[in-house]
Design a protein around this ligand. Structure first.
Ligand SMILES: Cc1cc2nc3c(=O)[nH]c(=O)nc-3n(C[C@H](O)[C@H](O)[C@H](O)COP(=O)(O)OP(=O)(O)OC[C@H]3O[C@@H](n4cnc5c(N)ncnc54)[C@H](O)[C@@H]3O)c2cc1C
Length: 626
């Protein structure tokens, strides 16, 4: 059996692991197994490339990252147990590996002191993936052979005899099965981006299109000049770190515990903004143990069934049920923290049973500032209409300091941060919710993929709290200026000019514009030559949903949802070609996360299932695919 795997990020490497596992433990091994991996970035892939700036850190605590399986995983293969990132990094084995493979003293030191809830440098996770792969090769079954070709695949075609042939740098390779694990990739620029890129070219300005922050070269941005950053999410945090810490700046603790920034003098001044005008909420410091996740009390299949009309849950009811779960955790922790005379457990029981929950909340006489106000959480400055940029910095610092203080209390203590953390805990139920098509297509496309996704990103995928603490210090030092909501950017008089015209008349100009966002997976806009080739040759199609009398594309590559085998344009399953992970976002939900130990992780389940399918073996039932 000859298998080609395109992409050597976490999913590609997991596929190798599960193929070995299935081959060794479940097949008769009558035919040798040959695996060829393709990825220009090598083992670990692009996000986790080990030559990126070492100051870029992960957004997931080190004890929640693994490539090994465990007893919780619904799979047919044998459990392949081993250390998660946190267990591996400080070990002697890691020390020896990192030293022998030429990692820097800084990475070796970071590994040695990595705590369970710390956020590892991305380079260190890259090293962990490489180590994992090397360990796999040591355990490679006798009848198996694995190789890596560091090339981009530019074409893939099914053959009439059931095999598939791919093209990489002019050479053709034929396989019995091909598995694509392509991750997030670049898109063609949209109209607005194209205009700005063209303007930059015509006026000799710098324009950085949306890309992976680890690939971006910011070295020619001059010190002392203004740079405009559009986007206040995770990539913004990366770029700010690189332009401050990466330029030799330092943070120092003041006597009152707050941070101050000591500039190196090499920083530009950063003018940043977005439509919402607010950076993502910080991630609460993890207090959760192995496999620990909160289960929904209200957003359950039973309640969803009860609230459904003609088999579909209205979006408003979905938000209502979700909000009840969030409120429950919020008030429970608020009582524990600020209302010692009241009993949090009693509140919980009463809240679950109550028919009039507002009356119950009223009975507890919470202070006004302690009330759960969803509209305010989602839009903290909704009452701030006109505000000049200087005044907005004070509003922003106060907000950042307040949400950071809450996040620093921990993910089981700070009332707000712990509540937002539920959105991460609920990823599996939400994935099932999407897979079961609980919402009507119209609600899914018009509300879930727009409003909910945007709010969910803002509330729950933010950077670690230490980064928002640093951002507050950077704003105080004048190195970063955040524009009020409604940021606009255009080319004007030979410069990029940015402003938030609905809030004030302030304008900033710069010769540099950084687009701080990783391109969203979208088959209709992808610049990945392999996916383009598949579409052009009618071997792939975008998933469409019927909304009213229209078929609406959701950006995902269309697959047989049971097997992840690719549909061609005509909707025929191509047996030899599998694709999983990020390019299926829209059909699946939250595909861009690395596996977590102890939680029946869906990426680990899917890897096992696809590996069994590739080898023609029976698969586990009720697998949650992602
Ligand atoms: C900047 C950034 C930070 C992130 N931080 C976190 C985090 O802290 N925690 C977390 O859980 N998740 C994080 N993620 C999400 C990330 O997607 C997953 O953690 C994980 O990397 C997904 O694994 P993957 O193998 O599916 O995709 P990837 O890791 O993206 O790997 C896909 C690989 O496929 C290769 N490829 C694509 N097309 C071709 C082709 N045509 N030919 C050959 N090779 C090809 C690419 O080069 C790439 O190496 C982050 C993502 C980004 C972009």
């Amino acid at each position: 059996m000859k298998v080609g795997i395109i992409g050597a990020g976490p999913r590609g490497i997991l596929m190798v692991s599960q193929l070995f596992n299935q081959f060794k433990n479940r097949s008769d091994q009558s035919e040798p197994l040959s695996i060829t991996l393709f990825d220009p970035y090598g083992i670990g892939g692009r996000v986790w490339r080990t030559d990126q700036w070492e100051g870029l850190i992960m957004n997931t605590p080190a004890d929640q990252i693994t490539l090994f399986t465990d007893e919780s995983v619904n799979m047919t293969g044998r459990v392949f147990d081993g250390p998660c990132l946190f267990e591996w990094a400080p070990s002697n084995e890691a020390h020896q590996y990192l030293t022998a493979h030429g990692f820097s003293a800084q990475i070796i030191a970071a590994a040695a002191k990595l705590g369970s809830r710390d956020y590892a440098p991305r380079v260190l996770y890259g090293a962990y993936i490489q180590w994992f792969y090397d360990e796999l090769l040591k355990l490679q079954p006798l009848e198996a052979h694995t190789s890596l070709i560091r090339e981009q695949v530019t074409g893939l075609n099914p053959n009439p005899n059931g095999t598939a042939t791919l093209t990489a740098r002019g050479s053709e390779y034929t396989f019995d099965k091909v598995v694509m694990a392509l991750g997030q990739q670049d898109n063609y620029l949209n109209e607005d981006e194209q205009k700005l890129a063209q303007y930059a070219q015509d006026n000799r300005l710098r324009y950085l299109a949306p890309t992976h922050p680890g690939d971006a070269d910011l070295s020619d941005i001059p010190a002392g000049e203004d740079v405009i950053i559009r986007g206040l999410g995770l990539s913004f945090t990366d770029y700010v770190s690189e332009l401050t810490l990466g330029r030799g700046g330092h943070f120092m603790h003041n006597d009152d515990g707050s941070l101050s920034y000591q500039p190196s003098g090499q920083e530009p001044r950063i003018i940043a903004g977005s439509r919402r005008g607010i950076p993502y909420y910080p991630k609460a410091i993890s207090e959760k143990g192995y496999g620990e996740q909160v289960e929904p009390v209200f957003l359950t299949p039973e309640n969803m069934d009860k609230e459904s009309v003609d088999g579909k849950l209205p979006y408003s009811k979905f938000i209502e049920l979700l909000k009840l779960d969030l409120e429950l955790t919020y008030y429970r922790l608020m009582i524990e923290q600020r209302y010692p005379s009241k009993n949090a457990n009693e509140f919980k029981q009463q809240f679950i049973k109550a028919t009039d929950r507002q009356a119950l909340i009223d009975q507890y006489h919470f202070n006004e500032e302690d009330l759960f106000d969803w509209d305010y959480i989602v839009n903290p400055f909704k009452d701030v209409k006109a505000v000049n940029t200087v005044a907005y910095q004070t509003i922003m610092i106060n907000w950042l300091d307040s949400v950071t203080a809450d996040a620093q209390q921990g993910s089981k203590t700070g009332p707000l941060g712990s509540t937002l953390e539920l959105l991460r805990d609920f990823r599996s139920p939400l994935r099932k919710f999407v897979a079961d098509q609980r919402l009507s297509n119209a609600d899914f496309v018009n509300d879930f993929l727009t409003e909910f996704e945007s709010n969910n990103n803002f509330l729950s995928i933010g950077a670690p709290a230490l980064r928002s603490e640093q951002l507050s210090a950077l704003i105080r030092s004048g190195i970063v200026i955040i524009l009020s909501p409604g940021m606009e950017v255009k080319g004007d008089n030979g410069w990029f000019v940015t402003a938030s015209p609905h809030r004030n008349a302030d304008k900033f100009k710069s010769s540099t514009l950084l687009e701080a966002r990783v391109p969203a997976p979208n088959l209709d806009r992808t610049a990945n030559p392999l996916l383009e080739d598949l579409v052009q040759n009618a071997n792939a199609r975008t998933r469409l949903l019927q909304v009213g009398d229209k078929k609406v594309p959701v950006g995902a590559v269309d697959v047989d949802p049971q097997t992840d085998q690719l549909y061609n344009r005509a909707g025929i399953v191509q047996d030899a070609i599998f694709i999983w992970g990020v390019p299926l976002e829209g059909l699946r939900y939250i595909t861009s996360a690395s596996p977590r130990p102890g939680v029946n992780d869906p990426t680990l389940q899917t890897a096992d299932k696809i590996a069994a399918e590739v080898l023609g073996l029976p698969t586990a039932a009720n697998v949650q695919m992602v």
